[in-house]
Design a protein. Sequence first.
Length: 357
Amino acid sequence: MSGVWGNKIKYSIFGESHGNSIGIIIDGLPSGIELDIEEINREMRRRAPGKNKFSTARNEKDEFQIQSGYFNNRTTGTPLCITIKNSDQHSKDYEKTKSLLRPSHADYTGFIKYEGFNDYRGGGHFSGRLTAPIVFAGAVAKQILKKQGIIIGSHIKSIGTVEDNYFDSVNIKKELLEELSKKEFPTIDEEKALKMKEEILKAREELDSIGGIVECAILNLPAGIGSPFFNSVESILSSLMFSIPAVKGVEFGAGFNISRMKGSQANDEFFIENDNIKTYTNNNGGILGGITNGMPLIFRVAFKPTASIAKEQRTVNIVTRENTMIRIEGRHDPCIVQRAVPVVEAAAAMGILELIS
C-alpha cells in the first residue's frame, strides 16, 4: 500500500484534508520510551496553519490524541496510533469546481487512479494537510535520535530568487540548528528573511504563489550507516522527501553544482584529528557510496509554488470533457516553504531512525 512506509519501523498514514480526522500509526517502536509531549506539541505548532499572513487562514491547531500504544507516559511496544481532528474545513469552497481539474493538483491523476471515487475536497488524501501526522511521527523519531546525540535542523534556503546563506557543511553547530527551530521564519540571515517575506506578500497581492528550498542538516551521525544500492542513505531519505506534497527536487552536499566541478575540486580530501577521520570539505554531504562518513549530512529540498492560486487559469471539465476556465477560491498558502521546514526535518528523522534501528 502506498500509505505505508518502512521495514523496521512501519508508518501508516490515513485521512483526508476535509474528512473527520487525519492520523498515523507507528508500528515497531520499542517499549518503555518516555516521550516529551510538550516538545511534540511545539513541533506540531511549527507546521500548523493560520499563524500569520504568510500562510493559509485555515485555523487548525493540530492537536493530536493518542489512541493506543502509550500508557503511563511510556510507549507500550504495540502500535502507537494518533488522530488529529479537522475542525476548520470549508468544503463548500470545492463544490462549484468539483468537476474542474485544478492545474498542478492531483485532481486529474487521482480521478484516473481511483476511477472518480477520490475525495476531491482540499485535495483529499493528496493534501499537504497530511503532513501534520508526519510531523508527529518525526517528532517521536527526533526524540529517540536525540538520546543518541543525533541532531536534525533546517532553514529556509530560498524563496523565489531570494537566497539565504548555505550551512557551513563542515563546521555547522548544533546551537545554530536549535536557534533556527525556535524561529517562526527560520533563516540564518535575518535581512534575507525580510526580503523573502516581501516576495511572499507580493505573490499573494498578485493572486499568485511562490516556491523555495529548505536546507537540512543532520549532525553526529556515526560513519557506516546505510548500504548500497537500494538502502543507501540517499535512497531512504529521498523516498521520504518525495512523499511530501509539492517536493520536486532533492540534492545532497554540493548537489547539482558538483557537476560543474572538476574532480580535484569536488573530492573531499581526508585528514585525521584526535584519531577521528574527517574531510576538509563536504561536497558529498556526509555520504559516500550510500553510507555515512561521519561528516554532517547536508541536503536540500525544492518545493514548487502552491498550486492553488486565485488567478484565472485554463483547465478541463472532467465530466463534460470540455475546455474551460477556473478561478480557485478558498484559503491557501501563498508559499508553503516556511511551514514545510519541520516536515522536512520530520521525514529526515523517520529515515535516519529506520537506518539505525
